[in-house]
Ligand binder design. Sequence first.
Ligand code: NM2
Length: 534
Amino acid sequence: MAGKTSGTSAEIDKGIFLPGIITILAVVVFMIVFEESSKKVIDVVFNFCTDQLGSLYLWFGAFALGFCGWLGFGRYGNVRLGGPDAKPEFSRWSWIAMFFCSGIGTSLIYWATIEWTYYYTSPPFAGIEAKSQAAAQWAAMYPIYHWGPIGWVLYLLCAFPIGYAYYNRNMPSLRLSTGCAGVIGEKNAKNGIGKFIDILMIFGLVGGTGTSLASGTPMLAEAVSQMLGVAHTPMVDMAVVVVWTALFTTSVTLGLKKGIKVLSDINVIAVFVLCAIIFVFGPTAFLISMFTDSMGLMLDNFARMSFYTDPVGRSMFPQWWTIFYWAWWIAYGPYMGIFIARISKGRTFRDLAVTVTLAGAGGCALFFMVFGNTAMYYELNNIYPVLATIKDQSASAAILGVLHQMPLWYVVLPLFVLVGFVYSATTVDSSAYAIAVVASKDTHGDHEPNLVNRAFWAIALGAIALVLMKLGGLGPLKTASIVVSVPLIVLMGISVVSLLRWLKEDQADLVHAKSTVIAERNKKATAAAEETKN
Ligand code: NM2
């Protein structure tokens, strides 16, 4: 049933909006009141998920890669969201900027600078000695893998069923439940089961964005304090979250085209300038050479890493890193599916598969090449003690220390702060937008979700991060978002089966459309040949 829409805004679907808020509030309050016991429960569940179910994540990651590859290059590669004649709504540049900035937050620059340190000191695979040459090479490569193609296809997977249901099968809303409709039935997708699915997706996202905001906050607060020459107090942390909330609430209130798109465009330019400065004025030859080496190491070991569980040594490396990462990508998966689908009308399956995977993984790799390898260069050449600073002070202090060593640091630091702010703002504004889309009745045409709906979720996401940070209860929420990823795997799987059913059903039409195009082309070719003959 299509919802009533007024002007250019879509009516709020109270059936999702209210239970969504109530569930989130209930969980947050529960976690605050029963902090200790909820931490314990969640820890047990978390360990169970990563350890006992670890292989499931790895299989799912590999499956997503194979499936997206098949969709892109198999017989459905030419299927276009919105039908054969649909035109893209956004330029290629803005499209890439938007999906990249919506899926990646400030944590990229955080991890890009220091992820390698963990692998350098506790390397994967038996026989690689800590802090050895081999450890350095694996340490430079592994983060690129964790932020690489498998992560991006986990983001992309749901975009196919959700986008196809919305644009090609004309279902009224962009929701995970709609993406599952081919299996659970359209009726169930609209009633309790569907609502449960959507609330689960919202919940995963609240945890995910809360984590992003809270992990980026100390780093940015440290940077701001250094720039302004003030002490890094909890007040600075709070001010960072408040500025952030103002930024992404403004962006999401302005809407997709005037807010989110503009902020993403600005971000990508700032990021390129930042990376270019470090690349050109930094240890360029080392960056290129280490990156090249990483590519070889990754290509050589892609399958090994994708199925590495360390069943005998039980170092927990795969569980704490690869599996945890896959779960984190999955927690964002349905949201990214909705968001990518929303901005991808007029794009073919092939375009989606190739561009999202390559541009996404390539963009992340650029950061690791520039930030991570520069930090590693400083450590290996005794220019700055990254490892010791992390141990004695904090990861944020080490990141700032690395920045201070960088060429043109007085330009780099403010740019870093700008990018840091905008990066998570573009993640949270699109998250708030996606939740608002899910909590709307009908967003077809130019109908954006209601203004109150959009602004509400933006402020709510900021407020939750703030409350939890202040209470120190973010750990459980972060873990909870990982735990939610288990049912999300099942739901993402169901949405894939839905898509296959729809494609099969519609195949007759597709084959017909294709043969019409071929017949048309043949006719034109014959006519042209006739003309040349005459
Ligand atoms: N992922 C890409 O804060 C962020 O960067 C959000 C993190 C899932 C590891 C995404």
